[in-house]
Design a protein around this ligand. Structure first.
Ligand code: NDP
Length: 253
């Protein structure tokens, strides 16, 4: 069937809550057909219904970015549903705090697996098609922790730092290919992140932030601030590339 030249199907990973869910709603409201991926499919289905009720186009499929077979099945399903994917928002991520010498190697590795290798698996699944068509946007949701490490978040800092390193190398490799590689780097944001932390771990994080002067943000952002930044980055006209956008709460007066 003929495809409208402005129709740009978009994938959002980690779309079942927080920044990802709000980004999916925002892109859909801006006219993007959106494909939502995460492990909690029932949450995705609710969002798809909401988008459709508002006149948008959306589909959802289960996705575990730590499993290449799941990523590949997701990529096939969303392409079958929406056509060639033009926008990939790699947003799925998580942090579980712990002091470095007590964190097991397995737990450290699992955080790298999610926050860094998960993004690489998505690149392997979606970028070859974009290269064939010589167009596309790949956006990685990083963290301010990538460049300003916070205590009790060593594995998360390593994963997000690695993610940004991968993105910078990728920008060079794909320069002139028609694919824009971008990083959006959120500061502290209200979401489900942290709601599963034990009280003691959360207290360690907060006292660490205060001790090292990292508590300058008296406010947290709402996910909408990030969703707007992400939509802005991927909606730039050809010829303009917002390589890196960091979004922080305004420092207290
Ligand atoms: P949430 O916990 O609300 O959202 C995380 C999302 O990732 C959920 O949709 C979750 O869905 C998904 N997810 C987790 N593991 C997997 C997996 N293996 N496969 C697929 N999806 C997965 O947190 P945020 O919205 O805050 O986080 C979004 C991104 O923003 C993350 O990359 C995070 O690192 C980054 N960030 C957040 C900050 C904050 O202060 N909140 C600050 C800086 C960066 P499900 O469980 O259903 O799979």
């Amino acid at each position: 069937k003929p495809v409208h030249p402005d129709r740009r199907p978009a994938v959002v990973t980690g779309a079942s809550s927080g920044i990802g869910a709000t980004t999916a709603l925002t892109l859909a409201a801006a006219g993007y057909p959106v494909a939502l991926g995460a492990r909690r499919v029932e949450k995705l289905t609710e969002l798809v219904e909401q988008i459709k009720a508002d006149g948008g186009e959306a589909v959802a499929h289960p996705l575990d970015v730590t499993d290449q077979a799941s990523v590949d099945a997701f990529a096939k399903a969303v392409t079958d549903d929406l056509g060639d994917i033009e926008v990939l928002v790699s947003n799925a991520g998580h942090v579980s705090p712990g002091i470095i010498h007590e964190v097991s190697t397995e737990r450290f590795a699992s955080e790298i697996d999610l926050n860094l290798l998960g993004a690489h698996r998505l690149v392997r699944a979606f970028v070859p098609g974009m290269l064939e068509r010589q167009r596309g946007d790949v956006l990685f949701v990083s963290s301010d922790v990538a460049v300003r490490a916070r205590p009790f978040m060593s594995s998360y800092a390593a994963g997000k730092w690695g993610l940004e390193g991968m993105a910078h190398a990728m920008q060079m490799e794909l320069e002139g290919s028609g694919i824009r590689i971008s990083i959006v780097r959120p500061g502290p944001t209200w979401s489900e992140m942290g709601t599963d932390w034990e009280d003691a771990a959360a207290a360690d994080v907060l006292t660490g932030w205060i001790k090292f002067g990292l508590a300058r943000h008296s406010h947290f952002l709402k996910p909408q601030a990030l969703a707007d930044a992400i939509a802005n980055v991927v909606s730039q006209p050809r010829g303009i590339h917002l390589n890196l956008v960091e979004v922080n709460p305004e420092a207290p007066l």
